[in-house]
Design a protein around this ligand. Sequence first.
Ligand code: DGY
Length: 337
Amino acid sequence: MPFANRPRVLVTIPMFAEVLAKLAGHFEVDAPCGTADHIDWTPETLAARARGAAGLLVAGAPRVDAALLAAAPSLRAVCSMAVGHNNIDLPACTAAGVLVSNAPDVLTETTADFGFALMMATARRIAESEHFLRAGRWTHWSYDMFAGADVHGATLGVLGMGRIGQAIARRGALGFGMRVVYHNRSRLDATTEQQLGARWVHKAALLAEADHLVIVVPYSPASHHLVGAAELALMKPTATLTNIARGGVVDDAALARALKARRIAAAGLDVFEGEPQVHPDLLTVPNVVLTPHIASASLRTRRAMADLAAANLVAGLHEGTPPTALNPQVLPLRAAQ
Ligand code: DGY
């Protein structure tokens, strides 16, 4: 098909060459980042580039909102290769008849592996002790040198019991003999609770009981600062907190204060308010492990996420059912047009 007859799609993120090649079999592909470069999209640059495009392939940023849809009325599909989609205004897209999809499931186990690893690194002070060794400060053995908290047999608190939360609970209960408590708006059915060895508790009880709290709730206005100073005050002074959800779910300034005052023992953070900026106080406290939003970053999983986003884009702009549409209700409306 000649380019002129093909819909144009804008890929806003660096992308696997193979996935770009696959998309080029269907579309005129505008991939300004190619496979490597990064662009800091502003609303203006994104609107200018999206004008005339039929599809967008994005990740956890940039923001896709009513203003962008108004600037790019030709858009018909917005496909994210992330599972979290708080950067996309779903009601606005639905109202404009724009199909939205995300990339769930394919990243569940990889992200749970990372959440568990970050929790363990935090509990066992792995980053802190590694920095100490690299700095040439290891001169002798001591019984309390970087003595941390046990993971096996401890109480794992999971805040947010979706697919990833359940995969973390399973690791804790079955792999490490942990007692698992969780809090979620909706309770799991009794069979799943039994399989995971998990008990639903109120949020306050979760905070008070957990030796290791892992946060996996999606970000929304309702989960903004779900864990702030008041919640941190309920935690044990020996407890750890791990956030692999989204920046903004935890009040990072309050967390930095709690870590500095040893109100809680330690934290592991993969996501930050205003990332890639990190609250400066978090950079100066030793008892926090910081990683740059890489929980889903195994090559195999990132490729699966990209393939799923591409499959959604192809189906969303051609005939077919996108595998993981978030607003499939727009499809019959579009077919009737
Ligand atoms: C997701 O998929 O939401 C991960 O956080 C990567 O952005």
